[in-house]
Design a protein around this ligand. Sequence first.
Ligand SMILES: Cc1cc2nc3c(=O)[nH]c(=O)nc-3n(C[C@H](O)[C@H](O)[C@H](O)COP(=O)(O)O)c2cc1C
Length: 279
Amino acid sequence: MPNPFVIGSGPPGTNYTVMKRAFDEGWGAVIAKTDAFEINFSCPHGMPERKMGAAVGQDCVLLEEVCGWINAKATVPVWAKMTPNITDITEPARVALRSGCEGIAAINTIMSVMGINLKTLRPEPCVEGYSTPGGYSSKAVHPIALGKVMNIAKMMKAEFNDDHYSLSGIGGVETGGDAAEFILLGASTVQVCTGVMMHGYPMVKRLCEELKEFMRTHDFSSIEDFRGASLEYFTSHTDLVRRQQEAIRQRKAVRKGLKSDKEWTGDGFVEETESMVSN
Ligand SMILES: Cc1cc2nc3c(=O)[nH]c(=O)nc-3n(C[C@H](O)[C@H](O)[C@H](O)COP(=O)(O)O)c2cc1C
């Protein structure tokens, strides 16, 4: 691939014309079920009602069975696309990898109700007066996607050989910086769906330029130079408290900053809080 940018599954990759357009503009790949399979175990739109899509990604027994069938026959790499609409996304990701999948793609859209029309009292979006929860995407889901990808990446690092498995980060990518964040968490490719629908296929040139600019700033010459570099800085709440107490102990020695939240005065919360943290 010339760059890590992949058109995510959805309208921007549905027919020959739009796929050709994507490659002409410089996208690295299009999810279109050709040289590899990305299996959508995550669609929230009507599929779960029929026990498909997200219903499979939310049920590890079903997922194991279906991944087993696919990997028994597939002669190309298989990625499993995960739903965020589940308590612990690492559970289905682990099952997919153990069942022969080569990669994980995450996330699909987040089940949401967009709002209620306060005049008509009907939910939105509205079809003949009725609605149903639907998949939320774009910028608002980016932090949630980062959280899920971080959890999957940590699990993959701890339990699987990093060289043989890949992770594709998806959710709210609109800038090279958004993509860099996914790569810093361990993704080797980054997918864009809604961004392409809103900004058009040429956005890949800006994405590449912004990603290269980030790489130049840090003197990185390849994706591998920084892939997963931020992962080691995630720890537990308990460990954060321990680190904070240690930093406060050290500052106490030089009499600087608040020593605990008992000393909050109510004025200047930001400054007072900053005096308690170590970054
Ligand atoms: C209109 C629309 C259609 C989509 N269709 C599919 C689909 O057919 N298969 C799939 O796996 N994901 C589908 N998705 C999910 C996207 O590929 C992607 O996982 C999700 O929208 C988050 O990324 P984004 O913020 O870049 O859109 C669709 C998303 C949107 C907004």
